[in-house]
Design a protein around this ligand. Structure first.
Ligand code: GLV
Length: 303
């Protein structure tokens, strides 16, 4: 079958699709299936492409895919849960530590040649050990972040979208890690009012999706000194970053690299492509984002 490959995918990933015709591009017309990434918009018109029967995304996040349209057009979506949980939790914790100990500023200090002598109060940060961490989003990645926090004897408070739980978690935490997926319900889940609930000097880390946090409000909270710092892997309009945020020395900013280890990206590519290959042979893969379409799909394409 003809498979549209929308971004660079590792050879090992593509090897899972051996026997199919693989074409790099962006227009789904004339294809049976597509492999996409989180930067590709898989919308109604994409999913309505005549003959298109399956999509695989090399991501765990699904906010770039119109799942309701996938349901309407009976398109199964293979995705990459689990395989990136630990790498993303590592990066989340790395950002927490980096923001607590001001590693971005410290590195810029050395590179700019400003380090002229040791001094008692140079770049003082804040302790992590024994502090309180609120994890907003108790899914796979949130739980993996919580496991890491146990190693630092942190007191962990988990919260979801329940308002009272969220407000409590924000108000008691020294660190807040945001790990909820982006949806209509979680867009700007952390805005100015929620940031105001955080303790003075607290640190916010976001490794989920940029629009879950109001980036401008966050920049204001950092600039005003209300928050002590932030660690961000994701942004509202990637690859653009709010100019005010770029000016905040106390924000550690990295370019959406949560799952970016060689092993994890390789695992993601294999899992997504294997899932697609399974669908194309009529076998239900274990990593379907919308398993509810499967029986309809099987009835249509096995006829
Ligand atoms: C990364 O952000 C992913 O959704 O896989």
């Amino acid at each position: 079958m003809r498979v549209l490959v929308m971004q660079d995918v590792s050879e090992a990933g593509l090897a899972e699709l051996e026997g199919h015709e693989l074409v790099r591009g962006s227009d789904p017309a004339g294809f049976d299936a597509a492999v996409c990434y989180l930067v590709d918009r898989i919308d109604e018109s994409f999913l309505a492409t005549p003959g298109l029967r399956a999509v695989a995304t090399v991501s765990v996040g699904l906010d770039h895919i119109d799942l309701a349209a996938a349901d309407r057009h009976t398109i199964p979506i293979a995705y990459t849960p689990d395989v990136l949980t630990e790498a993303t939790a590592d990066l989340t914790f790395a950002l927490l530590l980096a923001a607590a100990r001001r590693l971005g500023e410290a590195e810029r200090h050395v590179r700019a040649g400003r380090w002229t002598e040791w001094s008692f109060d140079l770049l003082l940060g804040t302790d992590v050990f024994g502090k309180t961490l609120a994890v907003i989003g108790a899914g796979r990645i949130g739980k993996a972040v919580a496991r890491r926090a146990e190693g630092f004897s942190m007191n962990v408070v988990m919260a979801g979208r329940d308002r009272a739980q969220l407000e409590h978690a924000l108000s008691v935490a020294d660190f807040v890690a945001v790990t909820v997926p982006l949806s209509d319900e979680t867009r700007h889940l952390i805005g100015a009012p929620e940031l105001a609930l955080m303790k003075p000097g607290a640190i916010l880390v976001n490794s989920s999706r940029g629009p879950v946090v109001d980036e401008h409000a966050l920049a204001e909270a950092l600039r005003s000194g209300h928050l002590g710092g932030a660690g961000l892997d994701v942004f509202e309009r990637e690859p653009q970053v709010d100019p005010l945020l770029l000016e905040c020395e106390n924000a550690v900013l990295v370019p959406h690299i949560g799952s970016a280890t060689r092993e994890t990206r390789e695992g993601m590519a294999r899992l997504a492509c294997r899932g697609l290959a399974q669908i194309l042979t009529g076998e239900r893969p274990p990593n379907l984002a919308n398993p509810e379409v499967w029986d309809r799909w099987a009835a249509r394409w096995s006829a």
